[in-house]
Design a protein around this ligand. Sequence first.
Ligand SMILES: [Zn+2]
Length: 487
Amino acid sequence: MKTCICAVAFCVLGALAASAQQDLDIVLAGGRVLDPETGLDAEGDVGISSGSIAAISETSLSSRLKPGGTLIDARGLIVAPGFIDLHAHGQTNRANEFQARDGVTTALELEGGYGSVGEWIASRKGRALLNFGASVSHATLRVSAMPELAGKVKGNEAESSPELRAGLYAPLPEERTKTLYQLFEKGLREGGLGIGMPHAYYPGADRREIFRVFEFASEKKVPIYTHVRQVGVEAIQEVVADAAATGASLHVVHVNSTSLWDLPLVLEILEGARKRGVDVTTEAYPYTAASTSIESAIFDDGWQERLRISYGDIQWQNTGERLTEETFHEYREKGGIVIIHLMKPEWVDLAVKTPFVMVASDGMPYAAGAHPRSAGTFSRILGRYVREREVLDLMEAVAKMTLHPAKRLEDVAPAMKKKGRIQVGADADVTVFDLGTVRDTADFEGDLTYAEGVVHVLVNGVFVVRDSQSVRDVFPGKPLLGRYLVN
Ligand SMILES: [Zn+2]
């Protein structure tokens, strides 16, 4: 009798143990697992359960798979945290697909942001392929705060309204600062990740107004993401001085395209400020051309001298043609996107290999003929800079795309502490790629094409790329929300 009870108890416990062990939805087996925070770089299995990383082991985890779970043979592949793009203007699922094929799992609109963050988040929630989030738009809200324009600018439809355009060249009166602050605060309460401040596009914002934005950001302890006023060293000195004077956190977008010949000096200034405790970070994309609207303030009179380029260096996105004086004026009148060939390869190399410079795409909204950075930024870093040219080592490159952007945001968005890492308890945002073949394929001549060598991509534990193919009809992307909404 006694023996019998023991045998029954043993059986029950054994069954419980077996079911407790069969807890994994997905096992990525036998890949080279990288975690830039802990320095883990070893072959092993990664187990995923309910959207999180549940186990990492040098021995097999396949016995812990639930019945019907997914076993992926990742031998010979790199298993890395999903890439976090701090600078992604493409915020549709079509753009997300190109980003996913490039290894991106979180795509954020921080440079420009939105006038109504809440409206935008609501429009994407439950429908997004990738994780998404945005800053609060200084460009839009400063116009909303202008006495003669207040009330005419609504939500996010204001982006290209005539009212907004008129406001680009007017300073915000000092007495309207409080109104601007109230609008900023509303955006933060709707989940905004800080203040998007691309003041190169609205030269009316004078140095006083910009300083007031820094004061606000410092008080609220949220970062400013800036496209600096003009190219070169004066522009960087304005924002670094304001960050130092106010204590605000500052992220300088695309340091390559706004520094140009001054890049070595700009990087020295940024490094010096960082060493002295200013919270400033920056990013670059690995291409020698920029891209923006031809009708923007970037092309106001004097652009040839400012950028040291001419008509033939500008390419019309729709046709790929290079411009002449005549077509430049024709297109500027009607408006549209251009690609601007203005950087030397050595400037881009310097930005990419500088240790504190992160990788971010500045990818444009999806369009035929769009700048290739929209589809190839991250695979280009891995293929060209790591594998072919050995400019960066693999772990350093992965850190620039994962851990460093996550850490930049984790004060304003605590959920970022669970991203950019392959660790137990982290979100299962994972990119599995073949270091032997990963490469960008899009160029300046044709339409966008998917990167190659990115084999599997998971967002919150759901495949968005599997066996190098896009997965259809999945929407696992979640909003990344600033702490003023979360708390
Ligand atoms: Zn920009």
